[in-house]
Write a protein that binds this ligand. Structure first.
Ligand code: SF4
Length: 72
């Protein structure tokens, strides 16, 4: 499993992460920021991802314009 965190306060809701990897990220309907989908969520901005999502999540990390997604 990969530990992922999103610094949600810095998220600008661009959509890159949830468009790249909707299997793990989604938009919070209330504050519009990114969050981890319920299946993998351990906290609103935290989650444990299976290894098979690693490539897509790493791509999302690279695409995030404000670099608020972290692995580990
Ligand atoms: S890619 Fe970054 S800024 Fe864009 S929605 Fe995801 S966490 Fe927010």
């Amino acid at each position: 499993m990969l530990s992922i965190s999103i610094d949600r306060d810095g998220c600008i809701s661009c959509g890159a992460c949830w468009n790249t990897c909707p299997e793990f990220f989604e938009q919070n309907p209330d504050d519009t920021h990114s969050q981890v989908i319920k299946k993998y969520r351990t906290g609103i901005g935290r989650g444990e991802a299976p290894e098979q999502l690693g490539d897509l999540i790493r791509r999302a990390v690279q695409l995030c314009p404000v670099q608020v997604i972290h692995i580990g």
